[in-house]
Design a protein around this ligand. Sequence first.
Ligand code: DX5
Ligand code: ZN
Length: 219
Amino acid sequence: MALLAPSILSSDFSNLYQQIRMVEMSGADRVHCDVMDGHFVPNLTFGPILVEAADRSTELPLDVHLMIENPDNFLEDFYKAGSDFITVHQETCPHLHRTIHRIKELGAKAGVALNPSTPLSTLEDIITDIDQLLIMSVNPGFGGQSFIKNSLKKIENAVKLREETNSSFLIEVDGGINKDTVSDVLNAGCDVFVAGSSIFKADNIAAAVVELKKILNNK
Ligand code: DX5
Ligand code: ZN
């Protein structure tokens, strides 16, 4: 089943509780939290305090995407804040095997994200250890960018790798997902769809969730 994960990066933070409730009531499956440090990516967002507030706003699983250097220093804080999935970037983790296993030991599901320029082959040696593979379909740092079409090939290759290695990780895509791009991504074999601006910048947030879910469920 294809899952929808609205990213609160594009939400109205003065009204965060209501906005999270709205996507939950409209059928979203997760709440995606984009954590940025101004080093790994050229933007700053929020840390565990806000993730904890998001956790108190919803029953949905929190899908926490760490776009930060040295994520190991903060894994416990994000876990305690209520993260169900913690995704780190391959590009920030020289000891990725250790990091993945630390996330699992804490009790969260472990995800690894790849920038558009980072090949899937960099994960071959740990692919059976991960719970989720996050394929970035924009360069991370900002909401509202255009979907990079090459990501479709990467998703298809990830599906093949999952079969070849007999693994069961979820494939998630993040960046530029809207009603015009979502079908191609679904057809490529993606499981989890992050969408920020196409949901939270829509005139009607609830209707945007319903529309995307309808496309995802119609396969
Ligand atoms: C980008 C973030 C995304 C972002 C997606 O760095 O990781 O989660 O919020 O935003 P849209 O859906 O607007 O491309
Ligand atoms: Zn994200």
